[in-house]
Design a protein around this ligand. Structure first.
Ligand SMILES: [Zn+2]
Ligand SMILES: [Zn+2]
Length: 142
């Protein structure tokens, strides 16, 4: 019984991680749940939340912050900037400028020495988010 239960548990875990990794939409827990519910009948939203929180602790998933009241998640864990549309809530990766690699961008973000505000504070990472209106919303506003 226990063995079956654990297998089932890890199958859900894998499916949840797979869904987050296979999309670029930076999904919410609800989005992941809606995607998997038709396939995994006994899935609960609480299970999705619990697993995502574990993934974050394990460094497999990062949080993009709360957009329109829903926390959004990213399966790409290396630091990269996001654009967030304040109109429709779309979270997108900022395209890498021509002639630059992700490594170059990450290098330029590295904090060699904490700025004044960072004194008496050990900085581990920073996040860059640009807020604005996405292309789709711009087009439909015309
Ligand atoms: Zn938009
Ligand atoms: Zn991202």
């Amino acid at each position: 019984m226990t063995y079956r239960g654990e297998r089932k548990h890890s199958k859900k875990r894998e499916a949840i991680l797979e869904v987050i990794r296979s999309t670029e939409c930076h999904p919410s827990a609800q989005w992941v749940y809606d995607k998997l519910k038709p396939v995994i009948r006994d899935l609960s939203l609480a299970t999705v939340y619990r697993n995502i929180n574990l993934f974050i602790k394990e460094g497999l998933v990062v949080s993009c912050g709360v957009v329109g009241g829903e926390e959004r998640f990213d399966g790409t864990t290396s630091p990269h900037p996001h654009t967030i549309c304040v109109h429709c809530g779309k979270v997108a990766d900022t395209p890498i400028p021509q002639g630059k690699t992700m490594e170059m961008i990450e290098d330029s973000w590295k904090i060699e020495r904490p700025p004044e505000a960072g004194q008496n504070f050990s900085i581990d990472f920073r996040k860059t988010v640009f807020y604005g209106i996405c292309q789709d919303c711009l087009n439909s506003a015309r």
